[in-house]
Design a protein around this ligand. Structure first.
Ligand code: PLP
Ligand code: SF4
Length: 330
């Protein structure tokens, strides 16, 4: 049986020409686009509908169109910027931090974000099940949390998600099951009654972290779908990536964090860009990033201010970027 969200997913824009035509882009803008890329264009209609017409200078369009600049090699920009290959536990599971294992559940996403640090990830596709991962979780009693990531874990059909969640739910030492997803931003219809029933049937505490970068990504359907998850007693947190010309202004960040907070979603992390090959056009310098978050702190309640962090391979946690003492005193 095909769910309605699966039919919606099939209406995504996957052709650069079709999306460019839909947005009425002129010749000059089209010339900046990569017609073909190994990391293909993939944009839900809902997001395309929110993009400004006749320009590439739009915070949503910028996140999803492959730009010719991607083919330029930037110094220090790598295929695997977070050195994830060093932390593999099983074919689909990583362990980087104490107590937490992360399952790369699938390669599929509701959308393809150009700055995605897993765009070159060697996704394990031989085994359709998660037996190896479940057995790894069972045998490592130091683990207390499992993070379901990807790709996007909400790309999994309910039946496969159910098998995985039930397997995890039965492991006594696991206390928390965390989702890292961007799916509801593109296709909130994913959060349907069947999905909510599945969540409600799990005994362990679920934590739901949604990846969102701009206030315009949050419309009333998206917020309603997240509210239904909150109503199950599941905390909904957000993570965002600080992206040049997408959300790197005080106004854009303030609007996003306030809109999240006003809808009961707690801003968790604001990530500095992971320096994946081709993504240099999105980079915001650390000093500017720190200044921006400092200004957000002056404007919003403390709980509405995410932690500005950078992933540094080898560190035992994500590394907060803080105001240096010299700057603070001046
Ligand atoms: C970010 C990340 C986590 C989770 O880190 P938190 O600070 O607990 O949110 C876990 N595993 C991997 C591999 C990660 O990249
Ligand atoms: S939804 Fe997440 S995993 Fe998928 S492409 Fe975007 S950033 Fe990467």
């Amino acid at each position: 049986m095909t769910s309605s969200w699966q039919s919606i997913l099939r209406t995504n824009f996957t052709s650069v020409d079709e999306l460019a035509a839909y947005l009425q882009l002129g010749e000059e803008d089209r010339a900046q686009l990569l017609a073909k890329s190994p990391f293909t264009l993939n944009v839900p209609e809902r997001l395309a509908a929110k993009m400004a017409k006749g320009t590439l200078d739009d915070p949503l369009a910028r996140q999803f169109f492959a730009h010719t600049l991607e083919t330029k090699q930037g110094e220090g920009f790598l295929d695997d910027p977070n050195a994830e290959s060093l932390y593999t536990l099983t074919g689909k599971m990583l362990k980087k931090y104490a107590g937490r294992a992360l399952i790369v559940t699938t390669s599929a996403c509701a959308m393809h974000c150009r700055y995605c640090f897993r765009q070159n990830y060697p996704y394990e596709k031989e085994k359709a099940d998660f037996e190896e991962e479940l057995s790894g979780l069972r045998s490592d009693t130091s683990l207390f949390e499992v993070i379901l990531s990807g790709g996007d874990p909400l790309s999994l059909p309910d039946r496969r998600l159910m098998t995985l969640l039930e397997g995890i739910d039965a492991i006594p030492h696991i206390q928390l099951i965390r989702f890292h997803t961007r799916f509801p931003i593109g296709i909130p219809e994913r959060i349907d009654d069947a999905f909510l029933d599945l969540f409600a049937s799990i005994n362990k505490q679920i934590v739901f972290v949604v990846h969102v970068n701009h206030a315009r990504e949050l419309d009333s359907d998206v917020l309603f779908s997240l509210k239904r998850i909150q109503k199950l007693g599941i905390p909904v947190l957000s993570q965002s990536v600080l992206l040049k010309d997408v959300n790197d202004t005080v106004e854009a960040l303030e609007e996003l964090m306030l809109k999240l907070s006003a809808n009961g979603i707690i801003p968790y992390y604001l990530h500095q860009l992971d320096r994946v090959r081709g993504s240099q056009r999105f980079e915001v310098g650390d000093e500017r990033a720190i200044a921006l978050i400092g200004q957000i702190r002056e404007r919003l309640p403390g709980y509405a201010v995410p932690q500005l962090v950078r992933e540094i391979p080898g560190h035992l946690h994500k590394t907060p970027l803080l105001v240096p003492r010299t700057l603070r005193e001046s």
